[in-house]
Design a protein around this ligand. Structure first.
Ligand SMILES: [Zn+2]
Length: 141
């Protein structure tokens, strides 16, 4: 585990770089300005003609939860806009949202139920509480 916190900006740039490797994708960063709609996701674009919206969050950051407004915006895009919309903490998750990569299992700490980890193997121990048992959910998001 890296000790230094990853900036959201860094995650945004990694995701954009990862998506640009694929044909049929245009991805743009949404800049938060007075012109924008509050709570709209950080990234938007098009994959093979389908609009997508991705809210980017830092990995393993307790405070980086979706605000109620942000989840409302994602719902709007998904339900009313028929867009692909999701939350990504990593390039891998962004690829999963867009269906470019198979979903890996999601592990949740069985003790604090607060720490989650996505990968084929469970983490050794929970960085939050030190517990060693993880519950697995497959294909959840
Ligand atoms: Zn825990």
């Amino acid at each position: 585990m890296r000790q230094q916190p990853v900036l959201e900006k860094t995650v945004v740039n990694r995701i954009m770089a990862a998506l640009r490797q694929f044909p049929g994708i245009v991805v743009r960063k949404r800049h938060g300005t007075a012109m924008g709609v509050a709570g709209d996701p950080d990234l938007y674009g098009s994959i093979n003609g389908r609009h997508f919206e991705i809210e980017v969050k830092r990995p393993d950051d307790h405070s980086a939860r979706l605000t109620p407004l942000q989840s409302q915006r994602l719902q709007e895009w998904r339900l009313h806009g028929k867009a692909i919309a999701g939350v990504a903490h990593s390039p891998e998750e962004a690829l999963m949202i867009l269906g470019l990569r198979q979903a890996e299992p999601l592990w949740t700490c069985a003790a604090c139920m607060d720490y989650t980890w996505r990968g084929y193997d469970a983490p050794d121990r929970c960085p939050r509480c030190g517990h060693r048992h993880f519950n697995q959910e497959v294909g959840a998001c």
